[in-house]
Ligand binder design. Structure first.
Ligand SMILES: Nc1ncnc2c1ncn2[C@@H]1O[C@H](COP(=O)(O)OP(=O)(O)OP(=O)(O)O)[C@@H](O)[C@H]1O
Ligand SMILES: [Mg+2]
Length: 230
């Protein structure tokens, strides 16, 4: 019953990819996942139509007028609801952010993208003022190098730390499997290692990310219950 919104008004930051691999790991672990596909390119809808997916339901008919009801209904029906936001700041996106238990902000490991991140941070701060409650968010660095941490990645990490922006320890590495899943359909661990390179490493990376997300949700739930009892 937790709602996770993937948001970054900067296009191509990795929202759709990270939402899909998170859904894949959770579904593999038996979690009932609902995904609201608010990306106009409908990658997730197409992914789900290739092969039947156990534990994953995708909702594709989403717009500014139904998003709030849709998130409400989905959170009654599924253990985890993921919203893949569109790549521009919009009213729909702000509604989704307002209903999120956790906002994940994917950022590519480049300084240019860090500016996209500061745009979403100011949207979140405004939402906090409107909602009069803290809105929990984490940055997720994406498309990082499997080899050594690059200078630009370090630069982004430093900028984020300076701005007190909470960032997941796990980053999403640039992997063929994270692209090919959209061609082959199915879950990440079901990809054929003969056709896709380094599936096992991709699965390990995705599982580490999912674990950190679930721990973060637990932390947020604890914080919320402490606040209620205070
Ligand atoms: N970890 C990764 N490994 C390999 N390719 C990736 C990875 N993350 C993203 N990509 C590729 O980068 C491009 C942009 O990623 P994605 O579509 O997930 O971003 P987005 O934030 O959803 O974009 P938009 O704002 O257009 O919705 C895609 O072509 C995707 O396949
Ligand atoms: Mg997208």
């Amino acid at each position: 019953m937790a709602v996770i919104v993937f948001a970054n008004p900067k296009g191509g930051s990795g929202k759709t990819t990270s939402a899909t691999i998170l859904a894949s790991v959770l579904a593999e672990q038996g979690v009932d996942v609902g995904i609201i596909d608010a990306d106009p390119l409908k990658w997730i809808t197409d992914w789900a139509s290739i092969k039947p997916l156990e534990n994953v339901t995708v909702y594709s008919e989403v717009n500014e007028t139904n998003i709030v009801d849709l998130i409400d209904d989905c959170s009654q029906q599924h253990q985890i609801v993921l919203v893949d936001n569109e790549g521009t700041a919009s009213q729909l996106g702000s509604y989704a952010i307002g209903m999120a238990d956790l906002i994940i902000m994917p950022l590519q490991g480049s300084s240019m993208d860090a500016r996209g991140g500061s745009a979403i941070t100011s949207i979140i701060r405004s939402q906090e003022r409107v909602l009069r409650r803290p809105v929990h968010s984490r940055v997720l660095l994406t498309r990082t190098s499997a080899a050594v941490a690059s200078r630009s990645l370090k630069n982004v990490q430093e900028q984020l730390a300076k701005a007190n922006i909470k960032t997941f320890t796990t980053s999403i590495v640039e992997r063929a499997a994270f692209r090919d899943i959209f061609d082959y359909g199915g879950l990440l661990h079901e990809l054929d290692p003969k056709s896709v390179s380094n599936v096992e490493r991709a699965v390990d990376n995705a599982r580490a990310f999912a674990k950190e997300v679930m721990n973060t949700l637990k932390e947020i739930a604890d914080l919320n219950s402490q606040e209620k009892s205070a």
